[in-house]
Structure formats: structure tokens, C-alpha cells
Ligand binder design. Structure first.
Ligand code: GLU
Length: 449
């Protein structure tokens, strides 16, 4: 991110920092977007007078609530729940729920802010929102998870709705949790209203291809990006951090396109399998048995488990960070470059630090930001909402082809926007500018919102 902020942007940014003390991830996300806007303000000076940036950096609504629940031993716990409804300019608030001990207001606000621009890039009518809790699902029984989800929904239900705010999954929230949340919403309201949540099970209004969508979408985008350099996944060595939903289906699509995924990870360590990661094993461990990745070597004795290892030390052609924010720093970036990595595309949200991005961009390798590359998940959530609205159910291939189309359009939008603003090849600026302009140009005709 070579561009600096001018005085005007700097002053807006410092007010955001002052007004949201201690929320470092939110500051980072705002700074990243604002650092790309100087060229936009030159072309569209009326954004300044309209105070578009100031308005866009202030959430429309922020909810914080108590979530009490009882564990299997009868002990009472108190967690904190959040929903930040950032922008409903182009559609109902849309974005996942994250259950992770690291969650606090700053994390949810950054995720929600990112979601505004990501959702705008999909070209669909979805605004930006995000929620979650500092609840740690690790090691909890199904009953504990259910009781937590039910307690969480007791407060959340009054703030959501198919035309208001539509939560989905994120880290720590998958099909099981969405099921419990949906069941509780139904009891509280007495309404079977599938459009209120996405990522649902197929038997109660879910969409085929939603589970695969974020990972598949990431790889569709990356494949198109590689093709701009007359390259492809064929024969490429790929590493994918994480082993959750995004990572698993990114690995699956890379493999289908002829690439070889040799490593993935969880928060305890890294699996290195030079024969190619076996996805049936990963799916069994993570989706069915909910176990740690180190068990992988029990089924594949040739593979290595590197306890506390760093996945970015492994030599590869393409790196796909699919775990969490700030998981890849400048030192990791330098090692990737030294080992010959030519392409980095983000499956997680803000996984590369600003210094890592700078390192990739100044080396001139392909780099694409999560806002663009991981938008396939939320885009397919919007397709799920479409199916719910017309009480319909689409085939896997049909939904997947729509997803592919959306990713192709997002790539084209980022690529062409970067060219239009004189920064050809800079996907970060292309994505930030295109998402921002779309929302800004919709705010103006709506009056002072
Ligand atoms: N949490 C995912 C994201 O960051 C999915 C959101 C959704 O489907 O609403 O985009």
C-alpha cells in the first residue's frame, strides 16, 4: 500500500481513531480503505462536501448484549454478544457471526466495515453487518453450543429479519450453529422465515453450493487473476492456511483445477503432505469428528505435522491465507517471496498485515485482497436469500455457475477500476475504490442517510 493519505483523509482517520479507542483492527481496516481514496476525491470532490467518508465510517447501529448460558455441569457463564449494523444503503445488513474468544467490539466493527465494500462488489443488494461473541466453541458439547446459540438468539431475534439484517456463519459458526439459531428464532417469533439467516441446512431452506462458495469463489477469482499473466493452477504448488470451511473448499477447487495443495494448518500446527493434502481426511476430522489437524498423520504416515509450525515457511507457487486476520506479516511475506511464491490471494478477512501487502506489491507479484476474493460466500448467501424469497431450490451446478459469474465480474470490476484510476494491476486499490464508489453513489440519491 504505497499511497499515503492527504491531510483531509488523515484528519478524518484521526477522528475515527479518537472516537473508537483501542479498536486496532477497525483502525487498520479504515486506514486501508482511506489510503486508497485520494484519487477518488480528486475525481469526485462532492464526496467531501457530502461528508461521505465520515458517514461511512460511523456504523448505523451497534448492539452489545449479555449472553448468559449454563454448561453441562450446571455452571453459569456470561458472554458478550455483538451485532454491528454498519450500512444498509444498498440492501439489508448482511454478514456472518463469529464465535471466538478474541472477539470484542473492535473485531466485529472491522469485519462489519469490510463487509460493506465486499458486499457492494458482489453487485447484489446486500448491505454490511457483522456480529458474534467472545464465546469459545472449542471443546464444548453439542448441548452447550445449542444452549449458547439459543441464549444469543433471545436478544438478537428482535434486531434481524429478511429485509432488515440477515446473519450467517463465520469463524466458529457453521451449519450446526445456524440450525440452533434458526430453531430458536422460529420459536421466539412463531414464524418459519428462512430469509432471516443464511448458511442454513438444505432441509430447511439452505442453498446448494453455499458451503463450498467462499473457497470455490476464492479459487475462481485467483484462476482468472493467474490467467491475466498467462498462468493457471495446473501443476502449481499451493499452500492454504487454516482448515475450516474456507480452506477446505479452496483446497478442493485448487485440486480440481490441477494444482497440488501441499500444506494446511490449524491454530496448533501445520500439516505438510508432499503427496497432496487428502481432503476426505480433512473433512472427516474437521466437519464430522471436530478434531485437531494433528490427527491427519494417523491416516497418512508420509505426512508431517509441524507443531507450532509456520505455514508461510513452506515453499510454494501460490499462497492462500484462509485462517484469520493478521495471520501473515512482513517477515512471512519476505520468506514467501524468497521461496518463489508468485501469487497471494486472501480467503480470510484481512489476513495480511499492511506491511505484508506492501512487501507483495512492491515485489510485483499477484496479490488480491479478501474483500474481492472471499466475496463468493456472502454472494452465495444472497443467492440463498433469492431462493428463499421465491420458495425455490436451485441445482448445485446452476448456483455454482452463478457464483463463478459473480467472481468473474468482481475480478473485472477490480481490474478495470484499477486501470481507470491509474493504478493498473493493483487489486487492492481496485477493490477498495469500486466498493466505496458504489456505496457512495447510492448514498447521495437517498438524501442524508
Ligand atoms: N462470514 C462470511 C463473510 O465474511 C459470510 C457472510 C454471509 O454469508 O453473510 O463474508
Amino acid at each position: 500500500m504505497s499511497s499515503q493519505m492527504n491531510e483531509q483523509l488523515e484528519s478524518i482517520y484521526s477522528k475515527v481513531v479518537k472516537r473508537n479507542p483501542g479498536e486496532t483492527e477497525f483502525h487498520q481496516a479504515v486506514k486501508e480503505v482511506l489510503s486508497t481514496l485520494e484519487v477518488v476525491l480528486k475525481k469526485k470532490p462532492h464526496y467531501i462536501e457530502q461528508k461521505i467518508i465520515e458517514r461511512m465510517c460511523e456504523p448505523e447501529r451497534q448492539l452489545i448484549f449479555r449472553v448468559p448460558w449454563i454448561d453441562d455441569k450446571g455452571e453459569i457463564h456470561v458472554n458478550r454478544g455483538f451485532r454491528v449494523q454498519f450500512s444498509s444503503v444498498i440492501g439489508p445488513y448482511k454478514g456472518g457471526l463469529r464465535f471466538h474468544p478474541s472477539v470484542y467490539l473492535g473485531i466485529i466493527k472491522f469485519l462489519s466495515f469490510e463487509q460493506i465494500f465486499k458486499n457492494a462488489l458482489t453487485g447484489l443488494h446486500i448491505g454490511g453487518g457483522k456480529g458474534g461473541s467472545d464465546f469459545d466453541p472449542k471443546g464444548k458439547s453439542d448441548n452447550e453450543i445449542m444452549r449458547f446459540c439459543q441464549s444469543f438468539m433471545i436478544e438478537l431475534y428482535r434486531h434481524i429479519g429478511a429485509d432488515v439484517d440477515v446473519p450467517a456463519g463465520d469463524i466458529g459458526v457453521g451449519g450446526r450453529e445456524i440450525g440452533y439459531l434458526f430453531g430458536q428464532y422460529k420459536r421466539l417469533t412463531g414464524r418459519f422465515e428462512p430469509g432471516v439467516l443464511t448458511g442454513k441446512g438444505l432441509s430447511y431452506g439452505g442453498s446448494l453450493a453455499r458451503k463450498e462458495a467462499t473457497g470455490y469463489g476464492l479459487v475462481y477469482f485467483t484462476d482468472i487473476m493467474l490467467k491475466t499473466k498467462k498462468e493457471s493452477f495446473e501443476g502449481k504448488k499451493v499452500i492454504v492456511s487454516g482448515s475450516g470451511n474456507v480452506a477446505t473448499y479452496a483446497m478442493e477447487k485448487v485440486t480440481q483445477l490441477g494444482g497440488k495443495v501441499i500444506a494446511c494448518s490449524d491454530s496448533n500446527g501445520v500439516i505438510l503432505d508432499e503427496n497432496g493434502i487428502n481432503l476426505d481426511t480433512v473433512k472427516r476430522l474437521k466437519e464430522v469428528e471436530r478434531k485437531r489437524l494433528k490427527e491427519y498423520v494417523n491416516a497418512h504416515s508420509n505426512a508431517k505435522y509441524l507443531e507450532n509450525g509456520c505455514i508461510w515457511d513452506i515453499s510454494c507457487d501460490v499462497a492462500l491465507p484462509c485462517a484469520t486476520q493478521n495471520e501473515l506479516n512482513a517477515d512471512n511475506a519476505k520468506i514467501l517471496l524468497k521461496n518463489g511464491c508468485k501469487c497471494v490471494a486472501e480467503g480470510a478477512i484481512m489476513p495480511a498485515t499492511p506491511e505484508a501487502i506492501e512487501t507483495f506489491q512492491s515485489a510485483g507479484i499477484l496479490y488480491a485482497p479478501g474483500k474481492a476474493t472471499n466475496a463468493g460466500g456472502v454472494a452465495t448467501s444472497a443467492l440463498e436469500m433469492q431462493q428463499n424469497s421465491c420458495r425455490d431450490k436451485w441445482e448445485f451446478e446452476y448456483t455454482d455457475s452463478k457464483l463463478k459469474n459473480i467472481m468473474t465480474n468482481i475480478h473485472q470490476t477490480c481490474y478495470e477500476t484499477a486501470e481507470e484510476y491509474g493504478v493498473a494491476g493493483d487489486y487492492l486499490k481496485g477493490a477498495n475504490i469500486a466498493g466505496f464508489v458504489k456505496v457512495a453513489d447510492t448514498m447521495i440519491p437517498l438524501g442524508l442517510v
